[in-house]
Design a binder for this molecule. Sequence first.
Ligand code: GLY
Length: 313
Amino acid sequence: MKPIIIVHGGAGDIPDSRVPGKLSGTKAAVVAGHDVLLKGGSALDAVEAAVVSMEKDENFNAGYGSVLNLDGEVEMEASIMSGANLDVGAVTLIKDFLHPISIARKVLTDSPHSLLGGEGAKRFALQKGFQTIPPESLISKNAKDALQNFLKHGEFGRTEIGVKDEGGVGTVGAVAVDANGHVAVATSTGGMSGKAVGRIGDTPQIGSGTYADDNVGGVSTTGHGESILKYCLAHSIIRSMESGINPNTATKNSVLGMTRRLNNTAGAITLSKDGDVGVYFSSKRMSWAYVKDGKIFYGIEHGQFLEELYTSP
Ligand code: GLY
């Protein structure tokens, strides 16, 4: 099996000013993940590396650059799943670590549980050797501006990113199939600007934000969390593929199905177990990128399909 990885940098009404940063950060993330696969790394290693790259980058709503809750704090969430044995790890209400996805991976490998939150997740992370950082160091200017905008306009948009929102810049995710045919998926987010303290969205909920099954494929989602979790969007796409529908059509049908039923928008990236790609979003924009046959394919607008030569870092 030729390994493959696809990443997304979040769906929403992304303003023009944020497009270049999101495209370059999304391409950097897919290269980081693909490099792991080229060196013989597993799908789990690759999706973690891709998401770590975006958690460090303020162009994304994950890790540094996460949007803020009503108290002006970062509360992050992440999940990761291995399609080999359906093992999962997820964390929520993380305030003072840069890489929630790496803590989620530790939950997958080292905990008898699947989802840890808040104080318990912090205690687990410290026991596993993760270092805390000051919570304020995760707050970007864009995230502060986004909260101010939210407080002025006073209501949630149709996505995690509002039209006037310069700071809500998208959940991140990655899906990979490695040389051994194993599928893995990782997703990480700061949630939505102005969320209630303690609000938990779709990203840490398996079947909503993330799903992987070696027998079918993998999906990572982004968009309006409350709608995605009601629709179990990631698993809806997997179910469709199980019934024989190709990944692109399955992704489009489920995203549009969710939008029709719940009147909110989302996006998803999908790989079949054979490495066939699905990308669709019902929001205005969603950045995505994948590497195939020595080229990076990427886009952010509807119908956009750009390509350039892939160079390993
Ligand atoms: N999709 C991210 C969130 O709503 O939390």
